[in-house]
Design a binder for this molecule. Structure first.
Ligand code: GDP
Ligand code: MG
Ligand code: ZN
Length: 300
């Protein structure tokens, strides 16, 4: 098996994929005979097919982490693997749903990777009051919150620095400017439009995504917009790990299995009352907890 090489999955298009070798060369590939489901960021073993330009993927190497979400069939979709950074993009239009931002941050925390919140479309440098407060709150938790404009090329340096040499993914509501940001960072020579919402395969709806190499090293995985997002969390007790400030305070609760709802001597509810934890973030935590409990019951 001298022909077997290891490669990085750099795009998925339904049942076909693009592989990237260490020297930067790319080829198209497919999966044969086995039920492998490689995603962007996967390291795989592949071999060339005889008399064809396609390669065949024979194995997915163990994943460091996975960005997941539950799908409508009660199963789990894996959106990307082996990431070390998550950039959540939001904007004034479409109006930011901060609960979606929180659920992406929750996913990053559970993957044990760093995250940042980019507020895009600030063409004139003016950020609305609500967004200003939310971003300040995230900053206080330790997240970077670059304010930028892909259109006016404002503050893209900060984004470049944040993403340099990372294995990142860019996420957020459809229309916030994810592809525009990537285009601006890669001087537009990457055809981000190649990401399409449907696989064209008919039978399955596949989440297609593409990896864009950054000029100063590292890459960003761009996926088609999702209307809503929630991570798939196996154990409801893990939800608090997704909310930095809540997890930190949770150490001080009387009961170590405290879910921070109506339990006595709860440091989290106390902090919400005295205003040191935002009621919106607390609400977000409770919604995520409820959702996870419902998914948990649905599994059995
Ligand atoms: N005014 C303004 N519009 C932007 C900016 N960035 C993106 N857009 C527009 O927002 C729309 C959606 O952008 P796109 O990059 O496709 O968003 P995506 O769905 O998150 O990938 C497009 O019409 C873009 O031209 C920006 O910084 N300022
Ligand atoms: Mg896009
Ligand atoms: Zn508690």
């Amino acid at each position: 098996m001298a022909d077997v090489q290891d490669a990085l999955v750099s795009a998925t298009y339904g049942t076909r994929l693009q592989l990237r070798f260490a020297d930067g060369r790319t080829v198209t590939a497919r999966i044969k005979g086995r039920k492998l489901k490689p995603v962007c960021g996967d390291r795989v073993l592949a071999e060339p097919l005889k008399n064809e330009s396609d390669w065949k993927i024979t194995e997915i190497l163990p994943r460091q982490n996975e960005l997941t979400r539950p799908n409508l069939r009660g199963k789990i979709d894996i959106l990307a693997a082996n990431l070390d950074f998550l950039l959540v993009v939001c904007a004034a239009t479409p109006r930011t749903d901060w609960f979606i931002v929180d659920r992406y941050l929750c996913a990053a925390e559970l993957m044990r990777i760093d995250a940042a919140i980019a507020y895009n479309k600030v063409d004139d440098g003016i950020v609305g009051e609500e967004a200003k407060l939310e971003l300040e709150n995230y900053r206080a938790m330790g997240y970077a919150t670059p304010v930028c404009s892909a259109k006016a090329k404002r503050n893209l340096d900060e984004l470049s620095t944040l993403l340099a040499n990372r294995r990142a993914t860019i996420v957020g509501q459809s229309g916030v400017g994810k592809s525009s940001i990537i285009n601006a960072l890669t001087s537009g020579d990457q055809r981000t439009a190649a990401v399409s919402e449907s696989s064209g395969e008919g039978r399955h709806t596949t989440v297609n995504s593409v990896m864009l190499m950054l000029p100063n090293g590292g890459y960003v995985v761009d996926s088609p917009g999702v209307r809503d997002y929630a991570p798939s969390i196996a154990n409801p007790a893990d939800v608090e790990y997704g909310f930095r400030e809540i997890h930190q305070l949770g150490e001080l609760c009387r009961f170590n299995n405290c879910r921070h709802r109506k339990e006595p001597h709860c440091a989290v509810t106390k902090a919400v009352e005295d205003g040191s934890v935002s009621t919106r973030r607390y609400e977000s935590y409770k919604r995520m907890l409820l959702l996870t409990e419902q998914q948990d019951r649905g599994r059995f």
